[in-house]
Design a protein around this ligand. Structure first.
Ligand SMILES: [Zn+2]
Length: 107
């Protein structure tokens, strides 16, 4: 099972890295001359910054999960040590918290 998980995590790793790079590239586009276009450009930048932050955050989580996998601690909640449900890991391979802890920290 670990090989599957590793392959999935590596896939996510390149996906989030690609997204972080793409948004970074878009953010470096020159600001247009036209006033209306500038306003639009600023709005786009806000959206892009949100996406870039999210991609970088998820990338860190994926890297952490790969480190836990290598250390033999993958699938254990980093907060309480409980086993993370297989269905949760299936949906979110980089999950580092069990459902209970995730709910506790979400609010
Ligand atoms: Zn937990």
């Amino acid at each position: 099972m670990n090989q599957d998980v590793r392959a999935k995590l590596l896939e996510l790793q390149s996906e989030f890295a690609r997204r972080a790079e793409a948004t970074q590239r878009d953010l470096q586009q020159p600001v247009p001359q036209d006033w209306d276009e500038q306003a639009q450009h600023r709005q786009n930048d806000e959206v892009l910054e949100g996406l870039r932050t999210e991609a970088r955050y998820e990338l860190v989580r994926v890297n952490d999960a790969l480190a836990r996998l290598a250390a033999g601690r993958y699938g254990q909640c980093t907060r309480c040590g409980a086993t993370i449900a297989a269905a949760r890991l299936e949906a979110l391979p980089q999950a580092d918290l069990c459902t209970t802890c995730a709910e506790l920290t979400a609010g």
